[in-house]
Write a protein that binds this ligand. Structure first.
Ligand SMILES: *[C@@H]1O[C@H](CO)[C@@H](O)[C@H](O)[C@H]1NC(C)=O
Ligand SMILES: *[C@@H]1O[C@H](CO)[C@@H](O)[C@H](O)[C@H]1NC(C)=O
Ligand SMILES: *[C@@H]1O[C@H](CO)[C@@H](O)[C@H](O)[C@H]1NC(C)=O
Ligand SMILES: *[C@@H]1O[C@H](CO)[C@@H](O)[C@H](O)[C@H]1NC(C)=O
Ligand SMILES: *[C@@H]1O[C@H](CO)[C@@H](O)[C@H](O)[C@H]1NC(C)=O
Ligand SMILES: *[C@@H]1O[C@H](CO)[C@@H](O)[C@H](O)[C@H]1NC(C)=O
Ligand SMILES: *[C@@H]1O[C@H](CO)[C@@H](O)[C@H](O)[C@H]1NC(C)=O
Ligand SMILES: *[C@@H]1O[C@H](CO)[C@@H](O)[C@H](O)[C@H]1NC(C)=O
Length: 861
């Protein structure tokens, strides 16, 4: 059969403002100090960076750091030419107002902090006069959490260039002895860091002062200097008593983690989502983790295994003992779990709760673990109803842990459900180590030591949480509070709990209470405030109506008082006259797609559809990319050869590939380069691993072209643009909108639709999706407005090219030293309603993009 070339072409235009990397010769970081002080497991870290502008003209200087997710930023200062600019913490609404004003003045307001697995990002910049210096100083605070028997202090060290005066100083001071201290992490090289543990074992000092040479020659270093984490792990000595109890200044903190207790046998049920979305690596990793976890059960544990999709499939009708025989059969069963179907979370959790309720065992700890990667899609799908049902079924008898696998889960729903049932929700990142993450989570709850733990403080007030359903080996219970009348004599702590079949009590005479000398700097008050705010934020999630408002108000008051940047407060950074005021927000866990799907921050002026290249240059600094498609091999339609089958037309079983044609634009208006991409693939259009917005598109498999779907992820919102409808997922809600001329309000934005295009506005971002019709079928083409940000990836982030032609009429071009052949061809510009025809130079995608094609593909939308 002869290949038919159908000259269908289309063209779209997308615009990005190129992001500029800090130019190394423009400015020099000559001092970079990180100083972290930990007392009572409360870490206060100060990052100081001093930078000089080397140029003879004013230059924009950037300050970019990452901080632990659990930390609150509590201070940010800039000092320029002796003048101090200090960040102020304000209520979010108030700060937002300033933010909006700045945006409407066309300024780039917004320090968008973003999220990876354990870190958030802080970026700001300021323009500094010729040969002047600027000092940035950022402080963040966090209570270190004990996991698997250790505390971990993570310090991110990446100044982005070698620094003459580079120091990391960590000072850990604990009343109980420090044990098992170790320095780990990507930048550790034992000869570089000095570790000092005082003889009393109460103070640990770590100093890390690498020279410029060491900063550029270590394993994880390069021309840009250090790039890695310094991780310090340690534990403190503990016995089987009340634990350590420290007071100061009218406040106390109690760290409770007895070790020498006997483990309690557990009844554990694993609820495993096997719906279609678990397909591929996720289900393989789940099987691997499960096989491993089952092998780790103790023989006096009882367990159950329930897999579910739209149906519920218990491995056995009741809990069975984890003896060798049962575990072997269960592991074999786990190996065979297959993906497919939809997700019925409600029935699965109710079945698990029912099974645990039906099999009570004296002196044991019951645990329900749910692993899911998606929203409830069958059975009861209303999240509130599911939460009510689950709460009733569990009735505070055992904790429910929810593991949200990947980016499609409604994490807030899982978090709320866990918190309401004394558990926690954990995110499992869809990555090559997901099985390790699952095993790690299980290890944390593998050894229950106490149940029904109640912490009582006579003479204490304004206590943080005091009731805990279970205490596991390797973890820790922390309670902080105020002391009534500031009278230590009246304070009497007591812990009552159940250990197997017996009730146990922990109490102590006052003599063992450690008093921190009141002269010395005490952080217990801040620790109390930190813990109170964290727990109020959790409580707020579970509450409704007036109570929710009250919790919110309390968070706000404390955050303002202690200068914490929380989800209800923002830090407003006033800069020198003539520069934008910036506003720092703390992102919420679960609302932001994880790094793998990261996105990009869009902001700025409304883009006029049908913009020309000149107009594009006028509005924006540069114009990038993008164009067209062409069908080279249309799918042939033939009749089925099977005479028994109804004689319906069917697609040839091996359809020839359909190729689309794209363009890389040029800077100076010479003919763009163009290249082919296969149909049906999903393209990474714009990603920024550090910001909350990402855009992917799937090319149509039908030989008519354009995009079949374009999906915008913006925090917990997903706008799924299809050829006939737009699906707006917002948290748990789904709104389906048809393509027809009208304006629709969506949460935090709107859709302005006409017959030919839809303008999507979310917050400060706007973009346009064009709708064209060809041969009775629709095709989509995206047109983006201004984009700002950094670390941008994807097809749209490829900058416009400047190339050289060897000499006309020679058909070769040279891009950055790489010379390749091109042929002249043409295509249609689908970013304009009229879709005009343009000319371009055709070459391979690798040549045109100067990179591997695989870097521009995504596996799902
Ligand atoms: C680190 O900060 C603490 C508290 O502000 C201070 O006492 C200490 O001297 C600092 N350490 C260094 C090495 O700068
Ligand atoms: C708890 O953990 C500690 C340290 O890992 C270990 O020595 C101890 O045996 C564990 N206790 C139980 C009951 O497993
Ligand atoms: C904590 O547990 C005690 C005893 O079971 C109970 O009286 C108290 O109401 C509980 N407090 C909270 C806040 O749940
Ligand atoms: C508890 O907090 C309230 C409100 O902040 C305060 O008025 C009260 O004095 C505190 N109680 C104690 C014992 O400090
Ligand atoms: C608790 O008591 C029950 C019944 O009296 C007994 O079967 C079980 O072994 C006991 N459990 C522990 C951990 O002592
Ligand atoms: C664009 O720049 C290239 C290389 O500098 C040059 O050869 C070409 O003529 C320019 N094209 C136009 C339209 O200015
Ligand atoms: C299209 O897909 C086919 C089969 O997967 C592959 O051989 C071909 O190289 C691809 N073409 C392009 C331009 O990606
Ligand atoms: C979902 O929609 C309902 C009804 O329109 C609304 O009350 C609720 O706040 C929405 N939930 C979210 C998470 O947007």
């Amino acid at each position: 059969m002869r290949n038919i070339v159908v000259p269908l072409t289309l063209l779209g235009l997308m615009l990005v403002v190129a992001y500029t990397l800090p130019n190394k010769v423009d400015w020099d970081i000559y001092k970079y100090h990180i100083n972290s002080t930990v007392t009572n497991r409360y870490a206060i870290t100060v990052i100081t960076s001093r930078v000089v502008n080397r140029r003879d003209q004013p230059t924009e200087i950037q300050f970019h750091v990452k901080i632990p997710k659990n930390a609150f930023i509590s201070q940010f200062k800039m000092s320029i030419e002796g003048q101090m600019y200090d960040g102020v913490v304000k209520a979010k609404e108030e700060a937002q107002q300033q933010y909006s004003e700045a945006v409407s003045h066309g300024q780039s307001a917004g320090l968008v902090s973003s999220v990876g697995r354990t870190l958030e990002e802080f970026t700001t910049s300021v323009t500094v006069a010729a040969h002047q210096k600027v000092t940035f100083e950022l402080t963040h605070e966090e209570l270190l959490k004990r996991r698997l028997g250790q505390y971990e202090l993570q310090i991110y060290a990446r100044p982005m260039q070698p620094v003459t005066d580079f120091r990391i100083d960590v000072s850990i001071c604990e009343q109980p002895h420090i044990v098992n201290a170790e320095v780990k992490g990507g930048i550790n090289s034992p000869s570089l860091a000095t570790i000092d543990l005082t003889e009393s074992q109460k103070q640990l000092d770590v100093h890390f002062y690498p020279t410029v040479e060491q900063q550029t020659s270590c394993k994880v270093c390069g021309e840009d200097g250090l790039n890695g984490d310094l991780v310090i792990v340690y534990d403190v000595f503990r016995d089987d008593t009340l634990g350590d109890f420290t007071t100061s200044d009218g406040y106390f903190v109690h760290h409770f983690a007895p070790t020498g207790l006997a483990r309690i046998p557990k009844n554990v049920i694993f609820l495993i989502d096997q719906s279609g979305s678990m397909h591929g690596r996720k289900i393989r990793q789940t099987r691997a983790a499960l096989v491993h976890i089952l092998a780790d059960l103790a023989t006096d544990d009882y367990f159950g295994l329930i897999t579910f999709n739209h149906g519920i499939y218990p491995w056995k009708r009741e809990l069975v003992q984890a003896n060798e025989h049962n575990v072997a059969i269960a592991r074999a069963f786990a190996q065979t779990i297959k993906d497919g179907g939809s997700t019925n979370i409600n029935s699965a959790v109710l079945e698990g709760a029912h099974m645990l309720n039906q099999n009570p065992r004296d002196g044991s700890a019951s645990i329900l673990i749910l692993l899911t990667d998606g929203d409830p899609t069958t059975g009861e799908t209303n999240p509130e109803k599911i939460q009510n049902n689950v709460r009733q079924a569990i009735n505070k008898k055992f904790p429910l842990y929810c593991l949200g696998f990947g980016h499609d889960v409604n994490f807030e729903f899982l978090e709320k459900m866990s918190l309401e049932n004394d558990g926690v929700a954990r995110r499992i990142y869809d990555d090559s180590d997901a099985d390790l993450q699952l095993k790690g989570f299980y290890a944390e709850v593998a050894t229950p030591l106490l149940t029904d733990v109640v912490m009582i403080y006579e003479g204490g007030a304004n206590l943080t949480r005091t009731n805990f359903s279970q205490y596991y080996n390797g973890s820790e219970i922390v309670v902080a509070g105020q002391i009534t009348d500031n009278n230590i004599e009246t304070l009497s702590p007591l812990v009552v709990a159940i250990s197997g079949n017996k009730s146990v009590e922990f109490s102590e005479r006052h003599s063992s209470i450690v008093m921190t000398a009141s002269m010395s700097e005490s952080n217990i008050r801040r620790l109390w405030a930190y813990l109170t705010v964290k727990q109020l934020l959790e409580k707020e999630l579970q509450l409704d109506g007036e109570e929710k408002e009250r919790a919110k108000k309390e968070v706000l008051e404390l955050s303002l008082k202690y200068r914490f940047v929380t989800p209800h407060t923002s830090m407003v950074v006033t800069k020198p006259p003539g520069e934008d005021t910036q506003v720092l927000h703390k992102p919420r866990e679960g609302k932001i797609p994880p790094a793998a799907r990261g996105g990009m921050f869009l902001s700025g002026a409304r883009m006029v559809s049908g913009v020309s290249r000149d107009a594009c240059k006028l509005y924006f600094n540069t114009c990038a990319l993008f164009v067209s498609f062409e069908v080279l091999h249309p799918i042939s339609i033939s009749c089925s050869s099977n005479s028994l089958a109804p004689s319906l037309p069917a697609y040839d079983s091996t359809p020839a590939p359909v190729l689309y044609r794209f363009v890389r634009r040029t800077v100076n208006g010479s003919l763009p380069l163009c290249y082919h991409l296969n149909a049906s693939i999903s393209l990474k259009l714009l990603h920024n691993p550090h910001r909350g917005l990402s855009i992917n598109g799937q090319l149509d498999s039908f030989p008519n072209g354009g995009f079949q779907r374009i999906v915008i992820h913006n925090q917990n919102q997903r706008i799924d643009i299809r050829q006939r409808r737009i699906h707006v997922h917002d948290g748990q809600n789904l709104t389906v909108v048809r393509w027809e001329p009208k304006t629709i309000n969506i949460p935090r934005g709107k859709l302005i639709q006409s017959n030919k295009e839809t303008i999507i506005i979310i917050g400060q971002s706007r973009f346009i999706v064009m709708l064209h019709e060809k041969n009775g079928r629709r095709l989509l083409w995206p047109v983006f407005s201004r984009v700002s940000g950094e670390h941008v990836e994807g097809l749209l982030a490829v900058n416009p090219v400047v190339y050289e032609r060897t000499s006309a009429p020679s058909k070769t071009v040279t891009v950055h030293g790489n010379t390749f052949a091109v042929s002249e061809t043409d295509m249609l510009d689908y970013s304009l309603t009229s879709a005009p025809r343009i000319k371009c130079w055709l070459t391979s995608a690798e040549n045109a993009l100067e990179g591997r094609l695989s870097d521009f593909l995504v596996t799902d939308l």
